[in-house]
Design a binder for this molecule. Sequence first.
Ligand code: GDD
Ligand code: MG
Length: 347
Amino acid sequence: MKALFLAGGMGTRLRPLTNQIPKPMVPVMVRPLLERTMTKLKGYGIEQIVLSTCYQPQQIEEYFGDGGRLGLKIEYIREDIPLGTGGAIKNTEKFFDGPFIVFNSDILCDINIEELIRFHRSKSAVATIAVTQVDNPSMYGVIEFDRDDYIVSFKEKPHPSEITSNYINAGIYVFEPDVLREIPSGRAVSVEREVFPSLLQKGYQIAVYKGGSYWMDIGTPAKYLQAHKDILSGRCKIPEADYTSNIIFTGKNSKIHPHARIIGPVYIGEHAEIGAFATIGPYTVIGNHCVIGRGSKVAGSIVWDKVTVDSGARLIDTIVADNCRIHRNMEFCKTVYTQQVSHPMAM
Ligand code: GDD
Ligand code: MG
């Protein structure tokens, strides 16, 4: 089976991080989320991928190329103007002649794809939507289903007064090609607002798949930090981590000064240097090629690549984008710090 990733959104709620890079390229534990998800799919034998891009497509294309480096075969389809989720799916019609998987690109989850496909086949539905339960469903597609797990209603981002279920669309689907035929062409279409309700109205059966124990949309800075906490604590596991250790991963050629204080769980990338009397952690990620100065403190923070933290600086619950420098004795708490902004944004 082939998989399609919807990777064209602007990532507005993750600004300013997404001013520089498209959301699918935002690193999760030092590697782009899209890479992590595609690698997981490869583990299920899914090696043919279609990437539907629009916002900053060249960064995605340059990084992944034809997919050979990851053992995948990646094809691209680019929109000049956003076609919406449904229009983007319609645009990929030529790639699919059988059932296929669709992923939103900002989802971190532990869904068993093999089980999802098996479930879809058993339901003889035109589509299967993976669902998950959340406390506040109003930011998502809210789904009601019957006792046989077929959808009764789909409401995208309903007003809180209209919420009748805490099951939401997890942004992972299996579609039969009939879905493609039902999407109007030549204009922007939302799969959530238009296609799902219309399929239901026409009497098509859409099944819900409730498997999977971890799910998170990393679409806001707060959720991005939470996703990292969940990985660091082992609630959502990544393959390279050693969860019995204080430092769950250390990349090659990293140097930690013997007088640095590491409070786990911490993840350290490649070629990183942690200076004397620096305190790192808990719940902290230090990216590749970072230099963390003497006596500084980095806690609850996600530091991307090539960042310098000068001596005595403090970062608490903060995200620092690539190539930034945190000057001596500066202190940031609950901040998204990027090179492009002269005034860091509070979360
Ligand atoms: N190619 C393309 N073109 N991709 C797009 C476009 C477009 O015009 N618009 C959005 N996308 C991609 C985004 O990059 C993202 O991967 C995915 O489609 C969903 O867009 P989001 O902007 O992240 O949507 P959302 O988070 O508000 O809601 C969606 O995800 C929720 C789960 O996280 C919906 O599918 C909800 O129903 C769902 O609950
Ligand atoms: Mg999203």
